[in-house]
Ligand binder design. Structure first.
Ligand code: PEP
Ligand code: MG
Length: 579
């Protein structure tokens, strides 16, 4: 069908990187391309060139320190960039290019950032790979500064618009005026990019992967972004517009309803209280979690602290960090997961040799037990912080009782040291484990006797039960927590913990899937831990469900044989729910 202006509606498929719908006019955000000067400098200009770079970097750091952040992720970006800019190695590369190769300041900066970006891009580690964009971004910003040019930014947009661009750099994303941006459409950008994370945090719908964007939007009068399905609709006709206006209205109502949930306890209609905590990786995430009225933190991924540092964080640094988190939570539970490095998460300074099967290799608790120097420093920092907050310890990737007992031995040794040194700690600190391996499931009855709680890590558990790599996009349909094998494992673990008077939470991504909430309530889960933005939605589903009804439903599900049967029954059950 044609629009009033006679254009034909066109749907283009991309990748949805942030959920939601937007209708509006597009605004093409394109930055001025700068041709880098290749001119060499004379020897007598070397000191001047180095000084020029130093002053430019310092002034950029000052600018970043002043950035008013609208989300935790924005703050994390500016802090990460400050850290990268302050790295002595970074500056020594620039200096070397000027001093030894007589390169001019902008060429030295441009080449250094490009080389650093290329190194990052070549790494296997997904987290470090994303740093490629940060180095390119830093290079671009510094060159603009050297030239005294103002970088076009998203902080002063003319009107409410859908921003269309090749790619958003992390600092573009940082300066977004979210009262003016209705949505994003980009050519590049993955689901884990800064753009995606910021868009998600600000609840701005976004679609990436739209090729030849400027060509496609050349004559576009109006645009729809559908971040759920990862499509954009160019010049939608009246019927489509009407349908999308309705979707936006429904979303607004839902948001309003969820706002009213904030701060309420998640108690089912028949009185079972279930905690809904947050997963965090740093203090910025914690501030998002607190804004979303989390009941506590069910998973603090401490490896993030190790990954962003250039060397092992000291006991003192960790103590300050955990103490701060505990204090911010003000009595609410903080479950600190001990170092879960290895597998997909590496840190260069540990120099872990390359492995053929890193997901089955030297990682998490295995590494920690092999490196008591690292592990004991962390345990000691956690114990010290436990005097000042409601802190619990959680161990990742367990497969045996021996591992649990060895950790307990370490804890006893550290506790005696602390007693001797008259340093306070929580003498009854609870110690739990993540259930992420088939061994932990099969041994759940025995493990439950030795630990205070379980938290099911469905991201890894699904991977190991189904022998399906969690990061392989070719087998996403196989990697599915609705597989009855995974559901039976979940039920078994919860039942075993309850038999021994212990509780079970879930901190894998399955806990944040609203379609799974009723089923998990029925399976008897005691705590959900998930990303901050999902807290109210999951609480709302729990509040509107009945434990007894969902228990009966879960018993039916657990007896099904195929994924399709499970998904059909879950869909049917969710449809019945009216809230
Ligand atoms: C999990 O495996 O479900 C989990 C929460 O741990 P991570 O995603 O950090 O491996
Ligand atoms: Mg895991």
């Amino acid at each position: 069908m044609r629009t009033k202006e006679g254009q034909v509606e066109e749907i283009i498929k991309g990748v949805g990187i942030s959920k939601g719908y937007a209708i509006g006019k597009h605004y093409h955000f394109e930055k001025q391309k700068i041709a880098i000067s290749e001119e060499s400098i004379s020897e007598d200009k070397v000191a001047e060139g180095i000084n020029f770079c130093k002053n430019t970097i310092d002034s950029y750091i000052e600018e970043l320190e002043l950035v008013e952040s609208s989300s935790g992720e924005a703050k994390a970006i500016s802090e990460a960039h400050i850290q990268m800019l302050s790295d002595p190695y970074f500056f020594s590369c620039i200096e070397g290019k000027i001093r030894e190769d007589l390169k001019n300041a902008e060429l030295a900066i441009y080449e250094t950032c490009k080389e650093m970006a290329e190194v990052m891009a070549s790494l296997d580690d997904l987290y470090l790979k994303e740093r490629e964009a940060d180095y390119r971004d830093i290079g671009e910003s510094l060159v603009y500064k050297l030239r005294g040019l103002e970088k076009k930014s998203l902080s002063a947009l003319p009107d409410k618009v859908i921003v269309a661009c090749q790619d958003l750099s992390p600092t573009d994303a940082l300066k977004i005026d979210n009262t003016k941006v209705l949505g994003f459409v980009t050519e590049k950008g993955s689901k884990t990019s800064h753009t995606a994370i910021i868009a998600q945090n600000l609840s701005i719908p976004a679609v990436s992967g739209i090729e030849n964007l400027s060509e496609s939007l050349k004559t576009c009068q109006s645009l729809i972004v559908n971040g759920y399905e990862g499509i954009i609709i160019i010049d939608p006709d009246e019927d489509t517009l009407e349908a999308y206006r309705k979707k936006i209205e429904d979303e607004r109502e839902k948001k309003h309803r969820l706002e009213s949930i904030k701060g309420k306890k998640a108690v089912t209609k028949d009185g079972k209280e279930i905690r809904v905590g947050a997963n965090i990786g740093n203090l910025e995430d914690l501030s998002d979690a607190l804004k979303n009225a989390c009941d506590g933190v069910g998973l603090f991924r401490t490896e993030m602290l190790y990954m962003k540092s250039q060397a092992l964080p000291s006991e003192e640094d960790q103590f300050a960090y955990y103490k701060k988190a505990g204090q911010l939570l003000d009595g609410k539970e903080l479950i600190i997961r001990t170092l879960d490095i290895g597998g997909d998460k590496g840190v260069d300074y540990l120099q872990i040799p390359k492995e053929d099967n890193p997901f089955l290799g030297y990682r998490a608790i295995r590494l920690c037990l092999d490196r008591p120097d690292i592990f004991k420093a962390q345990l000691r920092a956690i114990l010290r912080a436990s005097a000042l907050g409601n802190i619990k310890i959680m161990l990742p990737y367990l497969i045996s009782l021996e591992e649990i007992r060895q950790v307990k031995k370490f804890l006893e040794e550290i506790k005696s040291d602390l007693d001797r040194e008259k340093i306070a700690y929580d003498k009854d600190i609870e110690v739990g484990i993540m259930v992420e391996t088939p061994a932990a499931v099969i041994m759940a009855d025995k493990f439950a006797e030795e630990v205070d709680f379980f938290s099911i890590g469905t991201n890894d558990l699904t991977q190991y039960i189904l022998a399906a790599d969690r990061g392989n996009t070719k087998i996403v349909s196989i990697y599915n927590p609705y597989n009855p094998a995974v559901l039976r494992a979940i039920k078994y673990v919860i039942d075993q913990s309850h038999k021994k008077g212990k509780w079970t939470g879930m901190c894998g991504a399955f806990a944040s899937d609203p379609d799974a909430t009723r089923l998990l309530v029925g399976l008897g889960l005691d705590e959900f831990s998930l990303s901050a933005s999902k807290i109210s939605e999951i609480k709302s589903i729990i509040i509107n469900s009945s434990y007894e009804e969902e228990r009966e439903f879960a018993n039916r599900v657990i007896n099904l044989s195929t994924v399709a049967e499970v998904e059909d029954l879950v869909r049917e059950n969710n449809k019945k729910a009216c809230f």
